[in-house]
Design a binder for this molecule. Structure first.
Ligand SMILES: *Cc1c(COP(=O)(O)O)cnc(C)c1O
Length: 210
């Protein structure tokens, strides 16, 4: 629906169902309804769920902050990590990714609203951060992710999404393989889709309040 309102083709935006804090039974119901991509915020919870569900086509996306002592578990159980903003974490994931699983898909988290003390790489640091991935064969850089500061004004809310899309287009000139803009949650997904999101991460609107 958000796709058609934004004049975007049906199926051009992937839905990541954010199941953090929700029980495995809720995820199994969603799988039965055809949803196969899930997002989790807490490493231990993510790994427990990935281990206990572990059915073939289910894809696990890690969207929370990453402590360096959790990278091995994430490298061994996740399909995607959306929240890379430090070289140290990228190096560890590259090192610890089991070769048999193929490269781990990566989005760089960008602090697009430039909020002090918020997670994410500052936009001006992208040009020095991106080349790091040239030498990390077990990571596959896919694109950017952001959680903009919330705004009640829809026009204002669109600005950071537009800014992230511009950074993405610039990065694509040098890294044409980039194909993912992970932006938009329950409250702001319409604006994110209108500004070019390719993945939205939706929790509340699917599983109810937490
Ligand atoms: C919790 C969370 C979401 C989902 O938020 P809702 O408002 O419940 O849709 C999306 N992205 C991240 C990074 C989150 O932590």
């Amino acid at each position: 629906m958000a796709e058609s309102r934004a004049n975007r083709p049906a199926g051009s935006v992937e839905l990541i169902a954010v199941s953090k804090t929700k029980p495995v039974e809720d995820i199994e119901l969603a799988i039965a309804a055809g949803q196969l991509k899930f997002g989790e915020n807490y490493a231990q919870e993510a790994v427990n769920k990935a281990t206990s569900i572990n059915s073939g086509p289910v894809e696990w996306h890690f969207i929370g902050p990453i402590q360096s002592n959790k990278t091995r578990q994430l490298a061994e159980h996740m399909h995607w990590i959306h929240t890379i903003d430090r070289p140290k974490i990228a190096l560890r994931l590259n090192e610890q990714r089991p070769r048999s699983m193929g490269p781990l898909n990566i989005c760089i988290q960008v602090n697009i609203s430039e909020e002090p003390s918020k997670a994410g790489l500052s936009p001006e640091d992208l040009s020095t951060f991106l080349p790091l991935f040239d030498d990390l064969p077990n990571l596959k850089l896919r694109g950017f992710m952001a959680i903009p500061a919330p705004s009640d004004d829809p026009d204002k809310q669109r600005q950071p999404f537009r800014a992230l899309h511009t950074l993405f287009n610039t990065a694509k000139l040098k890294y044409p393989q980039l194909d993912t803009l992970s932006m938009g949650m329950s409250a702001d997904l319409e604006m994110a889709v209108a500004e070019g999101a390719t993945m939205v991460r939706v929790g509340t609107d699917i599983f109810g309040p937490r």
